[in-house]
Design a protein around this ligand. Structure first.
Ligand SMILES: Nc1ncnc2c1ncn2[C@@H]1O[C@H](COP(=O)(O)OP(=O)(O)OP(=O)(O)O)[C@@H](O)[C@H]1O
Length: 366
């Protein structure tokens, strides 16, 4: 299968929904392409599992249509959808060997034994299971068992998509990185459409080609990890992605200038009139700020310095507004001023990013 389309998919668990708040999932219009790995990322209760269950057929959406390669599968049962799933906890046969576990989905589909054996060897290699192929699953560690689960999800080449629901939950924190990289390598090798649910930004950003950030049942942004970092379309995305998250400062914006707490800040572009009567904020990642000693900086008061080993971050205030700034080596934070990279400043009105006029022209031309 080449593509999954969510055509206005929404879901309310209660009958006769009246307001937005009645929807666990607000209307979604999206197309997911084969060969890409997507992460559904958001805090608990944002609707990730609801969406995953709609994809797998465990839940019928109260609104909209789900299309696989243009075919409406909204009313198809799970079995007919031909989807593989990996859950938080291993789903394997304890009494079987690793090899038998991996071969099981293939045997079930009537794949010829020689072809099945070749495929099992390939998947075992990708996941680092080769040395234990002939061991019984029962005695293995939880992470080895979860690798088997992943292998069982990956082994069939005819599945429409692989859905992974927080698959690293049981994995020892020290081994998560290894398994994530193996999964990523498997994804590259197998050219599959994968949807990976997580509340962990590191998992989402390291695994996925595209991340769907959700909050309160709404998709706020879909983008590559770099897009989410560089251009969060929503204040929530700025806060949620990044560690620490983006700085936001209440501002008044006119043309290519902003005023924050009485201080003028040049912007990277000239903005047209912003919507009236809504809060306006400037957003900038700590990565694009620095304390320094030269002229032209903004006067800040220092609250504390966090030494993270590879870098130091200063927690400062610009007027009453807190923000986090990089603290380069050799700079005295007590006397330093704040410098913002104006090309990396974004303007937000009512929580949403206002694209500068130049960017709109660029996108239209692309
Ligand atoms: N069976 C159900 N009946 C009624 N409401 C439900 C049901 N399942 C989920 N909800 C509600 O729908 C909303 C979205 O829940 P969902 O489980 O999809 O979120 P989630 O992002 O997967 O959260 P978590 O990470 O905690 O699993 C929540 O408000 C939840 O309380």
């Amino acid at each position: 299968m080449a593509r999954i389309t969510l055509d206005g998919i929404a879901h309310a668990y209660r009958p006769n929904p009246r307001s937005d708040a009645d929807y666990a999932l607000k209307p979604l219009h999206l197309t997911w392409e084969r060969g890409l790995a997507y992460a559904l990322l958001g805090p608990s209760g944002c609707g990730k599992t609801t969406l995953l269950n709609i994809l797998s057929g465990l839940l019928r959406p109260s609104h909209g249509r789900l299309l696989f390669d243009g075919v409406d599968v909204t009313d198809w049962p799970t079995e007919r959808r031909n989807i593989a799933q990996v859950f938080q906890f291993p789903v394997i046969y304890d009494t079987m060997t690793v090899r038998e576990n991996l071969a099981f989905p293939l045997r079930n589909r009537g794949v010829a034994p020689a072809a099945a054996a070749r495929r099992v060897t390939e998947i075992a290699e990708l996941l680092g299971l080769s040395p234990m192929l002939d061991r019984r699953a029962r005695g293995l560690t939880p992470d080895a068992k979860q690798k088997i689960s992943l292998g069982r999800g990956l082994v069939r080449s005819d599945v429409a998509a692989l859905l992974l629901d927080e698959p690293l939950t049981v994995i020892d924190p020290n081994l998560k990185w290894e398994l994530r990289s193996r999964l990523k390598a498997a994804h590259r090798a197998l050219d599959r459409l994968m949807v990976y649910v997580t509340h962990d930004q590191t998992e989402a950003l390291t695994f996925a080609d595209r991340v769907v950030v959700m909050q309160d049942g709404r998709m706020l942004q879909i983008g590559t990890p770099a897009e989410l970092f560089e251009r969060p379309e929503h204040v929530f995305v700025g806060h949620f992605i990044g560690s620490p998250g983006m700085n936001f400062l209440p501002a008044a914006v006119t043309g290519d200038r902003a005023v924050v707490a009485g201080f003028e800040i040049p912007l990277g572009a000239a903005y047209g009139p912003l919507p009236a009567g809504v809060p306006v904020q400037l957003g900038i990642r700590p990565d694009f700020t620095a304390l320094g000693a030269g002229p032209g900086g903004l006067p800040v008061t220092l609250e504390r310095v966090d030494d993270l080993g590879r870098l130091r971050l200063a927690r400062v205030r610009l007027g009453p507004h807190p923000l986090v700034a990089r603290l380069p080596d050799g700079v005295d934070p007590a006397t330093a001023a704040l410098y913002l990279d104006s090309r990396r400043l974004h303007v937000y009105a009512d929580g949403k990013r206002v694209p500068p006029p130049g960017e709109l022209r660029q996108e239209a031309a692309a």
